[in-house]
Design a protein around this ligand. Structure first.
Ligand SMILES: C[S@@+](CC[C@H](N)C(=O)[O-])C[C@H]1O[C@@H](n2cnc3c(N)ncnc32)[C@H](O)[C@@H]1O
Length: 261
């Protein structure tokens, strides 16, 4: 039976890839590499670097493809995403049939971890609904969230405390109450958060030679983050950044050495 491997490749540092992921890539007949437009060529480059460094199987072929673009003009965000995923699913059905035949093994190299704000698994459900039959295997990867906490040498949560995982879009819609990890924020939503009540731990281009780290009281560093972000984005043509907002209201500082709960 045809087999699809969804392989987390880490979020920017080629050394974040796991042994399990390397072994999975070496089982594939075809490695699918999405191209995300000129400005994000560096992202496709990381996938190629990973393949060049770790794939030794002589039969593995790289197949690149252009990802359809989401219609940002659709007034309904959910409908726009749904249509976009349908278009990608139709493309995957074609790619799978053309490149793998009836019994090949294909690998999708997924940025970070496939479970975190990535739609590959959701799209493969649509591929299956379109009639394609395949066995699915998922290999976890180091996510940008965990690369962020490692870069700042900090824990994600405080003792016994929850952490909200959210996006810039959602953060800008409601006041924040507690700690939050924020991903996919093109609108600097931290500017709407009480800068005196929060510390921010921010990072762009995690794990790459261009990594930028800034941490401090939000009120003190928000303008610096905005300026560094704008400058870096203009220079590279794209940016990926992520941050953790932690209330600084006297709640216990991170220390996970306490007794198990
Ligand atoms: C579509 S999500 C994919 C997340 C990915 N699946 C993961 O596990 O990290 C893309 C967002 O992840 C974050 N991200 C991914 N890689 C990053 C990196 N190297 N540096 C900073 N943020 C990153 C950014 O917030 C970016 O907008």
């Amino acid at each position: 039976m045809l087999k699809l491997l969804v392989v987390g490749i880490g979020a920017g540092n080629p050394e974040h890839i796991t042994v399990q992921a390397i072994n999975a890539l070496n089982r594939a007949d075809v490695l699918f590499v999405p191209l995300k437009g000129e400005s994000k060529a560096e992202l496709a480059e990381l996938r190629r670097e990973i393949i060049a460094r770790y794939v030794t199987a002589p039969t593995a072929r790289i197949v690149t493809f252009e990802l359809p673009v989401r219609d940002a003009a659709n007034p309904s965000y959910a409908d726009g995403v749904g249509d976009w995923h349908d278009a990608i699913a139709r493309l995957y059905v074609r790619l799978i049939a053309d490149e793998l035949g009836a019994a090949g093994t294909g690998a999708f190299l997924v940025w970070g971890d496939p479970s975190l704000y990535d739609s590959t698994l959701r799209i493969l459900e649509r591929v299956s609904a379109l009639g394609a039959e395949f066995a699915l295997e998922v290999i976890p990867g180091i996510s940008s969230l965990h690369a962020l906490t490692a870069a700042h040498a900090m824990t994600l949560n405080r003792v016994g405390e929850p952490v909200l995982l959210t996006t810039g879009r959602r953060l800008s819609e409601a006041p924040l109450d507690g700690d939050a990890a924020v991903i996919l924020d093109g609108r600097l939503a931290f500017n709407g958060v009480d800068g005196a009540a929060y510390d921010i731990f921010w990072c762009a281009y995690l794990g790459t030679p261009d990594e930028i780290l800034i941490a401090g009281r939000l009120a003190d560093v928000a303008a610096e983050i905005a300026a560094k972000r704008a400058e870096a984005r203009a220079r590279h043509g794209w940016i990926m950044d992520i941050y953790l907002l932690r209330r600084c209201d006297g709640a216990p500082l991170d220390d996970n050495m306490g007794p198990a709960e």
